[in-house]
Ligand binder design. Structure first.
Ligand code: 4AD
Ligand code: MG
Length: 476
């Protein structure tokens, strides 16, 4: 007999038919009711056994966490909470789970505890829901770009350029760290290393995406990204996934339009396709809210998502943002940790949160930042001091997207590379695209886990990626 997945069974139950289901025991009540889940849906199916007919030793093996296959008849359910159940004809335990040792019990575990047993998290309702939404968001992103004629580009994960200029890269080497070869100047001799030069894991795929866009017009990357920033926050991972579109013949306004459309598409996709999982996650949030003071409450997840899907984002320049912040209450009352005074400061997350959550109460796109706080590749404005950058800030998240129009003028770009002491021999190929057939072009990066935080309403980025990598943590 062919196995039927629980999702398919619940969506189209054939009352009276015989089915084979396989999954993991969630609960076993009254020696009679087995809740079985196979991960295809948040819903478990109830299998009912006649314990008087079964072997006592076999019955004992039906424990939370055990894997099981069941053959039985589909009937309308007697109990409330489910429409159908399965009357068991035969069952077979595929793998035992000793209740004395199995770390997951049929009760609510803390997210902190679950992080310590991340290898078993996919067996919980919360993480299975998150992983299904993560899949849906991946699919939505590919669908969004495919519908618009973009090509997906695979950019290298090992690189010899520090594209963001932040020096936060993980080194890649095969050198013996106990016996590192030195050159005549007593510096590390990377010529003897695997690639014959100093290399690291990519902090972005942007530069290579630009090369592809300047031939294919519209491309995007969707890949792992690595940053060795030692910031132990609920918003940072050392390994995260980034989506980076790059568009030829597009300026920074087109760039903002694309990013806003993409975010709305993803949020709408989740509303349309992840209803049951989001309802489950929302219920979790509402339960947690009950024990929180008013200002810390997450509020209703669906309201938040629908608001973003249906309202235009606010668009302001950095200069306008600084003006608002300078005159704001928390600044005047010295409530900000970093007071906003002079034009040119980098905005801190407390400032971003004020703008989004208190002032505008909606997503905000900030553009035209000071050149000297942004990366070398951003296009210089005519004022000579700002660049055509744009960051999108989301409620509860902060920065979710960062991007810009790119400097396409060969002479201006060469000067910026010199000013920032970037070795010319590491970016000659990037400059070549400005030498031959250069065009205005723009792009941005979306942090996939930050999108996941927003869509699921989760509070910690470690809980929206299957196996998080953070400082001092690379288990599993
Ligand atoms: O703003 P960032 O650093 O921009 C870039 O890397 C550009 N090359 C993108 C481009 O224009 N093609 O990073 C982009 C986004 C951020 O807005 C944030 O959402 C996410 O990536 N991000 C992180 N997410 C999780 N953990 C981290 N450590 C992150 N650093 C950035
Ligand atoms: Mg950024």
């Amino acid at each position: 007999m062919m196995r039927i997945k629980i999702k398919a069974l619940l969506e189209n139950p054939q009352i009276g038919s015989e089915v084979l289901i396989k999954g993991w025991v969630r609960t076993f009540r009254s020696n009679r009711f087995i809740a079985i889940n196979d991960g295809s849906t948040i819903n478990s199916v109830q299998a009912v056994i006649d314990f008087e007919k079964e072997d006592e030793n076999e019955l004992k093996r039906i424990a939370t966490g055990a894997s099981i296959e069941v053959v039985g008849n589909v009937v309308e359910s007697q109990g409330s909470g489910q429409s159908i159940e399965i009357v068991v004809k035969s069952f077979n335990i595929l793998g035992d789970a000793n209740p004395e040792e199995y770390p997951l019990q049929p009760k609510k575990h803390s997210l902190e505890y679950l992080r310590e047993i991340a290898h078993l998290r996919p067996r919980t309702n919360t993480f299975a829901a998150i992983l299904r939404v993560r899949h849906a968001m991946t699919f939505a992103i590919h669908e969004f770009f495919n519908n618009r004629g973009f090509y997906n580009i695979h950019t290298p994960l090992i690189t010899a350029t520090d594209a963001e200029g932040a020096g936060e890269a993980f080194q890649v080497t095969t050198m013996d760290l106990k016996n590192v070869p030195l050159n005549d100047d007593k510096e590390v001799d990377y010529k003897q290393d695997f690639f014959g030069k100093e290399t690291s894991l990519a902090v972005t795929g942007q530069l290579e995406a630009e090369l592809a866009a300047l031939g294919l017009s519209e491309v995007y990357t969707f890949g792992p990204t690595f940053r060795a920033e030692n910031s132990n926050t609920t918003r940072h991972l050392a390994e995260f996934w980034m989506i980076e579109p790059e568009v030829a013949f597009a300026d920074n306004n087109d760039n903002m339009d694309l990013a806003e459309a993409m975010l709305k598409y993803c949020v709408q996709y989740a509303l349309d396709n992840c209803k049951e999982d989001l309802e489950f996650l929302n219920k979790r949030l509402q339960d947690e809210d009950k024990s929180k003071p008013q200002i810390e409450r997450a509020g209703d997840l669906f309201e938040k998502l629908e608001f973003v899907a249906n309202n235009d984002f606010e668009r302001i320049t950095y200069t306008e943002a600084v003006q608002i912040l300078r005159n704001s209450k928390p600044n005047k009352k010295k409530k900000f940790q970093f007071l906003v005074d002079e034009w040119g400061i980098d905005l801190q997350s407390e400032h971003e949160r004020f703008l989004v959550e208190k002032h505008f109460k909606k997503p905000v796109i900030i553009s035209d930042y000071p050149a000297n706080i942004k990366a070398f590749y951003m296009k210089l404005n005519d004022d000579g001091k700002t660049v055509k950058a744009m960051d999108i800030l989301f409620p509860g998240i902060g920065e979710i997207v960062g991007g810009s129009e790119r400097e396409e003028r060969h002479d201006v770009l060469t000067q910026k590379i010199k000013d920032q002491n970037i070795p010319m021999e590491s970016v000659w190929w990037y400059l070549d695209t400005r030498k031959f057939g250069t065009v205005p072009h723009s792009g941005f990066g979306l942090g996939f886990e930050r999108l996941m935080l927003f869509v699921t309403g989760m509070g910690n980025i470690r809980d929206v990626i299957p196996f998080p990598r953070t400082p001092k943590n690379a288990e599993f």
